[in-house]
Design a binder for this molecule. Sequence first.
Ligand code: SAM
Length: 301
Amino acid sequence: MTITCQSSFQRNHETDKPEGSGCLYLVATPIGNLEDMTYRAVRTLQECEIIAAEDTRQTRKLLSHFEITPSMLFSYHEHNKGASGPELIRYIIEGKNLALVSDAGLPAISDPGADLVALAVSHGIPVIPIPGANAALSALIASGLPTASFTFIGFLPRERKDIRAVLSGLRAVQGTLLFYESPHRVAKTLVHLQEAFGNRRVVLARELTKRYEEFLRGTIEECIAWLSEHPPLGEYVVVVEGESKEEAEIAESSWWRELSIEQHVEHYENSGLARKEAMKKAASDRGLAKRDIYNALLERE
Ligand code: SAM
């Protein structure tokens, strides 16, 4: 492994620009409310020679609101990142400072920004975060669910079997789970969540920082019922309670659930118990009489 160290001390604190080469600035923009734009974000966008944006039309509106005139506005999105990324890196290597913005919030969260950052890091380019609004964390802190530990998932895949695979891997996560979702799919996503996790507590955070900001708090079932009466509108963060202690205990005590009776008995035999003892243990796990285990094994033979 090669250790690299990008030190903030190399920076001139007046301008935030490292001496010598160009830098990649990751500039947060508002997720709705324009007052969430920071002074530092405005200054950085004014000072950078290049601004790369996911949606240049959207970004032009933001820039004109803050009276920022970009010298170069580049498009960088999912479908052109393969060609656009290396071109942007070349500009930075030539000495230009580049600010990356996404449509809203923090760049590199659920958008292709992370690829540009990886490319910059691999070229030894300093990467400087300019923090600000973020939908997932804003939803989490206001959700009322535990914040000590959380997992950000972002958008779920589209295909049912892929959704199930992702959710089954998250079932035993004890921290709060954060998903991004569109209004068209939020109700379906809740059904998937209920299938995978049972009727946990959930918070639907909608239109954060905007005029119709709303937090819907309830069980998954209650929220599904609410959405059937109140069609979803706007952008959503779905905040889901992690696995509870009780759920964890049940899961732990029924580790054998996926096993056949034969496999269950074999498991104990493999751990060193005599067959009779193994049958007794399997019967006790399953709340069955030893006779039932014996009969089940006989039927298999
Ligand atoms: N980079 C952004 C961030 O830092 O939060 C996230 C961008 S992601 C492409 C867009 C998704 O974020 C939306 O589909 C929605 O799930 C969530 N989102 C963005 N703005 C939101 C808002 N104002 N209220 C609720 N969710 C929002």
